[in-house]
Ligand binder design. Structure first.
Ligand SMILES: Cc1ncc(COP(=O)(O)O)c(C=O)c1O
Length: 445
């Protein structure tokens, strides 16, 4: 089929999504000797392969009838009870099963929120930066995005309030506020307890529903967790998305959403035409795994491995970027990512080009900024590479950084001028970046 001919059949949203920029980059990054700090994938050594090899055959014999059949859209009743219990153990008291539904992992939760709440032109408030898959899901529904800066303690609640006031003055009333409060993808930072309370007060004041997207909450290596937004929510405005992807394995494609019963009911109705139900086979696997009490050991194993990798990455950054480099980075207490801020005069895209010459890949930070800002930032992943690759990858990155600096020369090293950005932007940039970054993440394992 000729691509130009196909164009005339495409929907508006499909036409906006391009993968053209990707090919050239992929040729470089798919070479086998490239160290990728770009992906967002769990380490395969955390997967419970042996446990599953033992569990699945007998599970099929016992529960084949249900596992291989269609199931309820809201999910397997017993699995819902298991995840309800898990969520309650994390401080969400009095949680009833009608406030829980199973999703085809968190990404579907995001998509369903978009379908249920967003009409093209509606505004969503999100962090600068934010998880690209969420920006993509909202943008695919025609959302406009309003970004609020994130610092070491999460989204800036002081600026959030001011932004909402400014938006109202210009006639924009956002419906949704999207946050990843724990070990945010991409920055690794955690929203402080104080800001969690402030955020909920602001959400009530400005009539916003809050989407708490929380894949990494259980991957804490040091320190104590502040309460989840679900636990703090007293008026039913928080929709919390959880997933097994980072605590069990992503191939399971299984998550759960916790929200007010009225919201759950809308999400379930929206889910019906999408997939009828989440794979019952996967749900029975997860259910039996949980019932057998096997999840805590997998989470412990994952934490131990990632804690060591986190230290390896932070030490490598200290070693190779310490001193006068002007490079700063976050020190996340959990999760899978470190966020690097280069001196303002260095463009992360120029650094990526030099890094790829030295066979190391990362994701440029502007990809995660709905307004295209963040040009001198980048995201590094530490869950997937080996400890040796983490050190070597960061060493090469530092060499690439020196290459860029020496090309820029001392006279040009002035900070870039900060341009005035609009209050709210179309999501097209996010969709474009999503295609690019997902391809990078898929291909550069
Ligand atoms: C913040 C965030 N939300 C959602 C997802 C989607 O995860 P899944 O659909 O595998 O649950 C990811 C994946 O990396 C993520 O980082």
């Amino acid at each position: 089929m000729d691509a130009t001919y196909l164009q005339s059949f495409l929907s508006d949203s499909a036409r906006k999504t391009t993968r053209s920029e990707i090919r050239e980059l992929l040729e470089l990054v798919t070479q086998p000797d490239v160290i990728s700090l770009a992906g967002g994938m769990p380490a395969p050594d955390t997967f419970p392969t042996e446990e599953l090899a033992e569990l699945v055959p007998s599970m099929l014999r016992r529960h084949g009838g249900a596992a291989l059949q269609y199931g309820p859209t809201e999910g397997d009743a017993q699995l819902r009870e298991e995840v309800r219990r898990l969520t309650e153990e994390d401080g969400v008291t009095g949680l009833t099963t009608d406030r829980v539904a199973i999703t085809t992992a968190s990404q579907q939760g995001l998509d369903l929120c978009g379908r249920v709440f967003l009409t093209p032109g509606d505004a969503v408030v999100c962090g600068l930066p934010s998880y690209l898959g969420a920006l993509g899901a909202f943008s695919a529904c025609g959302a406009r995005l309003a970004g609020v800066p994130v610092d070491d303690h999460g989204i800036r609640t002081d600026q959030l309030e001011q932004r909402l006031v400014d938006l109202r003055k210009s006639g924009v009333r956002p419906k949704l506020l999207y946050v990843v409060p724990d070990f945010q993808n991409p920055t690794g930072v955690t929203l402080s307890a104080r800001r969690r309370n402030e955020l909920l007060i602001i959400a009530a004041e400005f009539d916003l529903l809050v989407i708490e997207d929380s894949p990494y909450r259980k991957l804490r290596y040091i320190g104590e967790s502040p309460p989840s937004l679900a636990a703090l929510d007293s008026d039913g405005r928080v929709i919390s998305l959880f997933t097994f992807s980072k605590i069990l394995f992503p191939g399971l494609r299984l998550g759960w959403v916790v929200a007010a019963p009225e919201i759950i009911s809308r999400l379930v109705t929206a889910k019906q035409p999408v997939d009828l139900c989440t794979s019952p086979l996967c749900q029975v696997v997860a259910r039996e795994f949980l019932v057998a009490g096997k999840l805590p050991a997998v989470i412990d194993r994952t934490r131990t491995l990632y804690a060591a990798k986190r230290i390896a990455m932070l030490e490598a950054l200290d070693r190779h970027f310490g001193g006068e480099s002007g490079v700063r980075w976050t020190r996340p207490e959990g999760g899978m990512f470190v966020w690097v801020t280069l001196p303002e005069y260095v463009d992360a895209r120029a650094l990526l080009a030099k890094s790829l010459e030295r066979k190391v890949a990362f994701v440029v930070g502007s990809a995660f900024h709905c307004d295209g800002s963040g040009t001198s930032t980048l995201r590094l992943n530490f869950s997937f590479p080996s400890i040796a690759q983490l050190d070597e990858g960061v060493r090469r990155l530092a060499e690439a950084f020196e290459d860029v600096r020496s090309e820029i020369g001392p006279r040009q090293r002035e900070p870039a001028t900060t341009e005035q950005r609009p209050l709210v932007v179309s999501g097209e940039h996010a969709l474009d970046r999503l295609a690019l970054t997902l391809a990078l993440t898929e291909m550069v394992a």
